[in-house]
Design a protein around this ligand. Structure first.
Ligand SMILES: [Ca+2]
Ligand SMILES: [Ca+2]
Length: 153
């Protein structure tokens, strides 16, 4: 006997149910992947900030002071220039990947960027209200500076 509905013996309803189940599973998988990716990026950022922090301390040992910086995109450009140009025993931040630098404001000066592509802000101690020598700040997953998800050293 010949069936007139569906493909290979399945009814339309059965096929729709299967599609719904697959969509749900794919959605769960995707959100899992997104959460995992965000965690990896946060970890990468912490490592990057630690590396930049080390480079800054070495810079200060050689040059006598930290570079100027007041927590804006210009500070990120200064940071890149000071840490990657040969001076003293530097460059202090060698081996940067092309994904670590970007000219986000297209002014011809590169910035150090986080894994989300946003500039890492640098503030020297004299522009801070706490006792830190300097602060390095990634805007974090939301790309907005000064919110709870910022990653700060
Ligand atoms: Ca720039
Ligand atoms: Ca943020």
């Amino acid at each position: 006997m010949k069936r007139h509905t569906g493909v290979a013996g399945f009814t339309i309803v059965e096929i729709l149910v299967v599609i719904a189940i697959i969509s749900t599973l794919a959605g769960l998988l995707m959100s899992g992947v997104m959460i995992a990716r965000t965690k990896v990026r946060k970890d990468q950022t912490k490592i990057s900030l630690a590396n930049i922090g080390m480079a800054l301390k070495n810079y200060r040992t050689d040059m006598g002071d930290y570079p100027s910086g007041s927590g804006d995109i210009t500070s990120s450009e200064t940071l890149y220039k000071e840490l990657t140009t040969a001076k003293g025993f530097g460059p202090y931040l060698p081996g940067l990947d092309s994904k670590d630098i970007k000219d986000t404001n297209k002014n011809g000066s590169m910035e150090l960027v986080d894994p989300w592509g946003n500039p890492i802000w640098y503030t020297r101690g004299d522009n801070l209200t706490n006792d830190k020598d300097f602060e390095l700040r990634s805007a974090g997953p939301d790309g907005v500076y000064g919110t709870d998800d910022d990653i700060v050293l």
